[in-house]
Design a protein around this ligand. Structure first.
Ligand code: SAM
Length: 287
């Protein structure tokens, strides 16, 4: 099958199968060989790798992955794409396509079956409507991972990279930076896709840390604290956390912890680093 990175070949496949794009599935297919090669190079795919692709579409990036990786597992929700993928990937015997919703797949089991439980790479042009649950699901369920290299909305890529004191900084930045080192590797304009998305896109590589960069007694507690802080972004931490149901801390306890950390009582969550959130969580838990 011809290289689908070339726009004319994608158009031919879409016409042959009279494919109707499903907006609800976030379908924007890549039609730029330079971008596809850039993604392969950034993910450093080699014949040793087992790769999970989320949302193969008509199989464009899957073809590039199949050429470079040892094994590719591609999970696609839209059943109308399955016969197309059988056709466009017929030349490869190292690709398995699974017709499922990625949010319902037991990825740990898949990694066990396909790669003996050894770390995989995730590479995807993600459906933008579920970017955050996909990334958080991969990290929080402890899937053995080397890296995640993904196309996302540009604004979301920025959020993952930002540090304290910017308006993009938030719960997603902290969660990503706890598990991985983020690096934006390319900005991708709408004309590299069919149909064109309404937003700019970026490719970001998240390289999984072997050990988190901060010491925290209870990850769940720290993330509950982070979520509560950014849910009430405009409030001081003392007022925001003191009110938050579920955390069971009083204003006074927050005030005492902030004082112990040498921070002013008026401080807001958006100015705290990951290290400071870890410290705050550890102090509050020790009380
Ligand atoms: N990889 C292809 C490419 O680059 O041309 C398609 C990328 S397109 C942005 C996203 C793909 O994810 C679509 O094929 C869509 O049907 C699929 N998708 C959407 N939601 C999904 C889900 N919950 N689970 C698995 N695949 C999903």
């Amino acid at each position: 099958m011809a290289n689908l990175g070339i726009p004319q070949n994608t158009i031919e496949v879409l016409q042959k199968y009279k494919f109707n794009f499903q907006k609800k599935f976030g379908q924007n297919f890549l039609i730029d060989p330079n971008v596809l090669n850039k993604i392969m190079d950034s993910a450093e795919i080699t014949k040793e790798d087992c790769v999970l692709e989320i949302g193969p579409g008509i199989g464009t990036m899957t073809q590039y992955l199949a050429e470079r990786a040892r094994e590719v597992v591609a999970v696609e929700i839209d059943k109308a794409l399955i016969p197309i993928l059988e056709d466009t990937l017929s030349a490869y015997d190292n690709v398995t396509v699974i017709n499922e919703d990625i949010l319902k797949v037991d990825i740990n089991r898949l990694v066990e079956e396909k790669n003996g439980g050894n770390p995989i790479k995730v590479v995807a042009n993600l459906p933008y409507y579920i970017t955050t649950p996909i990334i958080m699901g991969l990290f929080e369920s402890g899937v053995p991972l080397k890296s995640i290299t993904i196309m996302v909305q540009k604004e979301v890529a920025d959020r993952m990279q930002e540090g304290p004191g910017t308006k993009e900084y938030g719960a997603l930045s902290l969660a990503v930076q706890y598990y991985a080192e983020p690096k934006v590797v390319a900005n991708v304009p709408p004309n590299c896709f069919i149909p064109r998305p309404n937003v700019g896109s970026a490719v970001i590589r998240l390289t999984r840390y072997e050990q988190p960069p901060v010491q925290v007694q209870d990850e769940k507690h720290m993330f509950a604290l982070i979520r509560a802080s950014f849910n009430q972004r405009r409030k001081t931490l003392m007022n925001g956390l003191g009110n938050a149901g579920g955390l069971q801390v009083s204003k006074e306890q927050v005030a005492a912890a902030l004082e112990q950390m040498g921070l002013p009582a008026t401080v807001r969550g958006e100015t705290l680093s990951l290290e400071q959130f870890a410290q705050l969580s550890n102090i509050l838990l020790s009380k």
